[in-house]
Design a protein around this ligand. Structure first.
Ligand SMILES: [Zn+2]
Length: 176
């Protein structure tokens, strides 16, 4: 069985539904602008804030369609190193198939299936691809690197607390 997306019982976000059945055959382009409202309307969204532009190119044919999704923008994240808020640039592109009059049995491609009314619900699909493009490690892009500041903070708190472990760390740091 190919990996299929089912939408039964899923809360749908308005404005991200395409009436696939009533589209003419051929190419169609849809542009979406995702902001805070979009991300907050996605259940258990990992993204709370951001601005991401999405261009969706849909090619419809009787037996099978395809969708190309491209996105670029920024989302609010947190640096893994210093825990400061971070405007994280994102971009990505992907493609998937849309089931038409024939069932698609392709193990390698993700297949979208329209609902009983012939509509494609894309909010969660778009969200998934945007959130998948978040890198596993996210760091501030600053010079000097933000961990230097973190080290300074540690050294400062050492001076305040006078804990022997921190004093040892301070000596190590001073040796470099
Ligand atoms: Zn940082």
């Amino acid at each position: 069985m190919p990996a299929q997306k089912f939408f039964v019982g899923m809360k749908e976000v308005e404005g991200y539904t395409i009436d696939y059945r009533n589209l003419s055959d051929g190419m169609h382009q849809f542009d979406f602008s995702l902001g805070d409202d979009f991300f907050s309307s996605i259940e258990s969204s990992l993204i709370t804030s951001g601005q991401v532009e999405v261009q969706l190119n849909l090619s419809k044919h009787e037996r099978m369609g395809s969708i190309q999704i491209e996105h670029h923008g920024k989302v609010l994240s947190v640096c893994d190193r210093c825990m400061e808020p971070l405007d994280l640039p994102l971009e990505g592109q992907t493609s998937l198939l849309v089931q038409g009059s024939e069932a698609i049995d392709d193990e390698d491609e993700e297949v979208l299936v329209s609902d009983v009314d012939g509509k494609l619900h894309l909010a969660k699909v778009i969200y998934d691809y945007v959130s998948l493009s978040i890198p596993i490690t996210k760091y501030c892009d600053t010079n000097p690197p933000c961990h230097t500041k973190l080290m300074e903070k540690l050294v400062e708190s050492t001076e305040e607390s006078g804990h022997p472990v921190w004093n040892e760390l301070k000596k190590l740091k001073l040796k470099d």
